[in-house]
Design a protein around this ligand. Structure first.
Ligand code: CMP
Length: 137
């Protein structure tokens, strides 16, 4: 059993796709272990995306992820990190495979609806940012 940090980004909330996307994760068999909706500030965006803050694409990404409410959740299940990344599809919605969340629902490299941790270390780091109460010391 493993767990991963998932964001349903502001485009998912604005477009009314929360139920569709959560339904895909649930239908796959993943369990929602924690869930919150909030509008984040630049400081939290910078912590979450620490590895990207120097990239050219980051300023508009920061503006996007702080632009309205998003959902943060922890999903649990067998190989949850890899399973979520497969369900999400490639980063660029224009290139993501049909059948994936981004491939079916996004036409953008930035407004790509979802984020999923990219490995075990980042999952624990990101869960610690969004749900510090879930991290045991
Ligand atoms: P995510 O999986 O949350 O990880 C980093 C995010 O940066 C990514 O999804 C996209 O939203 C965004 N991103 C990555 N590469 C680019 C890019 N080349 N142009 C715009 N946004 C990008």
């Amino acid at each position: 059993m493993s767990r991963t940090l998932v964001l349903l980004k502001p485009d998912a909330v604005r477009r009314g796709l929360v139920g569709e996307i959560l339904g895909r994760f649930e239908a796959k068999g993943l369990t929602i272990a924690a869930l919150q909706q909030r509008t984040i500030d630049a400081e939290l965006a910078d912590r979450h995306y620490a590895e990207h803050v120097e990239r050219d694409f980051y300023p508009p990404l920061r503006a996007f992820v702080t632009s309205g409410p998003l959902l943060a959740l922890v999903l649990e299940g067998d190989e949850a990190i890899e399973v979520v990344r497969a369900l999400n599809g490639a980063t660029d919605g224009r290139k993501a495979a049909p059948g994936t969340i981004r491939g079916d629902l996004s036409l953008s490299n930035r407004e790509n609806l979802v984020h999923g941790s990219d490995g075990a270390e980042s999952a624990e780091r990101e869960i610690g940012i969004w749900f510090p109460e879930l991290i045991s010391n």
